[in-house]
Design a protein around this ligand. Structure first.
Ligand code: NAG
Ligand code: NAG
Ligand code: NAG
Ligand code: NAG
Length: 298
């Protein structure tokens, strides 16, 4: 009876104790206009944009983009993206915090991007969506865990393989299951009998495959700074990667393999052809990275 009672307590208490932590700020970058007079119409559009992003954050599986304004000279463009494993409530909370925060941190900016641990928000006076995959003036941030690994060579090998895998999976764009956003991949690898590596890669979902892959490769290369750290993130304007020695994402069930009975005949692979590259062939992918470095302790 006592045991039963305790079991009941556990069942009731455990779900309460996994209450999500409040959204955690990581980094932001602002650009101010070169003239000292803020464009007040742009500021107003920017504010409309940010509140639209906040109220639509969980639409489209955690990605939203929007344009506010009527005249091209003061339109505000922006997007918000949640880490692909977030439940809508946490995604909402993160984007709400990020949109509020960027208004305070970049009050008169013409460009602002803010990364929280599990979401990002950007506003811009340029129509950056049309630059996706062609030429994006990106900004990158490298954050590293201050704890170090002991066997760096072996660790780098496992990390390299895991990340390569994730770059391929995320840029192919196939969602983990029909509830998750595309261009989001998770991976684990065994470092020893006691220790696992956990890793994540994600692109803005409307990025063409080649551009996603390119962005993720840049991000993975950034992990070379402080290559002996136990955890790290590279935050780029259109993609992110992260790894740790502990699980930092929700476990997501991948789509079950189709059962013998209900599955339709398999579609021929790549039936759409190389459509994701069409139109971008021959383009020069130029990324101007201004690298910021910062550490964290968790
Ligand atoms: C932009 O201007 C704000 C004041 O409006 C200032 O606090 C901030 O440091 C400036 N940022 C940059 C990057 O110049
Ligand atoms: C997005 O938010 C605005 C309010 O800020 C609302 O009017 C609009 O319907 C929302 N869009 C969607 C697709 O929910
Ligand atoms: C959202 O982004 C796409 C490109 O990915 C663009 O074509 C579309 O115009 C954008 N929508 C808004 C409302 O800005
Ligand atoms: C981790 O390694 C770096 C050198 O790459 C060193 O500067 C740092 O002090 C080390 N941190 C710890 C906690 O030992």
């Amino acid at each position: 009876m006592v045991v039963l009672f305790m079991l009941c307590c556990l069942l009731i208490i455990v779900p309460c104790s996994v209450e999500a932590a409040p959204p955690e700020y990581m980094y932001h970058i602002c650009r101010n206009s070169s003239t000292n007079t803020p464009n007040t119409i742009f500021q107003a559009n920017r504010n409309v944009l940010l509140s639209t992003l906040a109220s639509n954050a969980t639409q489209n599986k955690g990605y939203y983009n929007y344009t506010a304004g009527r005249n091209s000279k003061d339109m505000a463009y922006g997007n918000s993206l949640c880490q692909g494993d977030l439940v809508p409530k946490d995604c909402q909370q993160c984007v709400t915090a990020a949109t509020d925060d960027i208004k305070n941190k970049c009050p008169n900016g013409i460009f602002g991007i803010i990364w929280y641990a599990e979401c990002m928000v950007r506003y811009d006076n340029k129509a950056f969506f049309t630059l996706f995959g062609v030429e994006e003036e990106g900004l990158a941030v490298r954050l590293w865990n201050t704890q170090n690994v002991t066997d760096e060579a072996r660790f780098q090998q496992v990390l390299g393989n895991t990340m390569n895998n994730l770059v391929t999976k995320a840029s192919e764009g196939k969602p983990l299951n029909d509830q998750t956003i595309k261009s989001f991949a998770l991976g684990t690898a065994k470092l020893s009998s006691l220790q696992n590596l956990y890793a994540l890669a994600q692109c803005v979902p409307d990025l063409p495959e080649a551009a996603c892959s390119r962005c993720l490769r840049v991000a993975v290369n950034l992990l070379q700074y402080h290559s002996n750290s136990q955890g790290g993130r590279a935050l780029v304007s259109t993609c992110t990667v992260r790894y740790e020695l502990y699980p930092f994402y929700r476990n997501i069930a991948t789509a079950p393999p189709p059962s013998q009975v209900t599955s339709p005949p398999p579609a021929p692979p790549h039936s759409e052809g190389p459509s994701s590259i069409t139109g971008h062939k021959g383009s020069i992918y130029v990324y101007f990275y201004k690298l910021m470095l910062s550490s964290y302790t968790k």
